[in-house]
Write a protein that binds this ligand. Structure first.
Ligand code: GTP
Ligand code: MG
Length: 193
């Protein structure tokens, strides 16, 4: 995908602010620190458009990035961040639920999982939740650069076995460091929107 323009548009912290201008959207979800913002920067060929950090929980609302006046990539707040208050978590769940079930322009969901570890119970619960939306769904295994050549295949096999409970679930190895998976991910996004 040629990126002619990529810009941050809005940070949505309340359901009433969710955009409704008709452009297709693809959502990026996953636990805190899994690499959502880093992946978006790689997709958009930008170093720091989406703010990344070593401090989990940096992204706290739905952040919209518009690409070529043609689509939005939506960066979700990471889950699994223990230091959020109960009130914050509830507010978060409400926004996400409203978004998943009411946003007709949502064309697909990309769910990021850390390639180095087994998906957590919360990851699996999230995948189930996301799949209620019945949208095209892709699992992306991030940070594969942190695995050696000999570690990678057994890790991917194991993750594949765990994800087998989800029928037709595709997954894609990705690295924000090397750019591995970028082309395949853009292909999926273009086919999906
Ligand atoms: P929240 O906004 O807190 O939900 O986190 P996030 O999912 O947006 O993660 P972010 O992109 O901020 O990345 C978290 C940390 O992981 C940063 O220190 C990144 O540099 C690092 N990181 C992300 N992706 C990769 C990757 O593919 N390879 C390596 N080696 N590090 C990565
Ligand atoms: Mg982030």
């Amino acid at each position: 995908m040629e990126i002619d323009a990529a810009e941050f548009v809005i940070s949505v912290g309340h359901p009433s602010q969710i955009l409704a201008d008709g452009l297709p959207e693809v959502a990026f979800v996953g636990r805190s620190n899994v690499g959502k913002s880093s992946l978006l920067n790689v997709l958009l060929n930008r170093k720091n458009l989406a703010k990344t950090s070593n401090t989990p929980g940096k992204t706290r609302s739905l952040n919209y990035y518009r690409v070529n006046s043609a689509l939005y990539l939506v960066d979700f707040p990471g889950y699994g961040y223990a230091r959020r208050t109960y009130g914050e978590q509830k507010r978060w769940a409400g926004i996400i639920d409203g978004y998943l079930n009411n946003q007709a322009t949502l064309r697909g969901i990309v769910h990021l999982l850390d390639a180095r570890h087994d998906p957590t119970a919360q990851d699996l619960e999230m995948i189930r939740w996301m799949q209620y939306a019945q949208k095209p769904f892709l699992a992306v295994l991030t940070k594969v650069d942190k695995l050696s050549g000999s570690q990678l295949k057994p890790r991917l096999d194991r993750t594949g076995a765990i994800l087998r409970e989800f029928e037709d679930l595709r997954f894609l190895p990705f690295s924000a460091k090397s750019g591995r998976g970028k082309k395949e991910l853009w292909k999926w996004i273009q086919e999906t929107i």
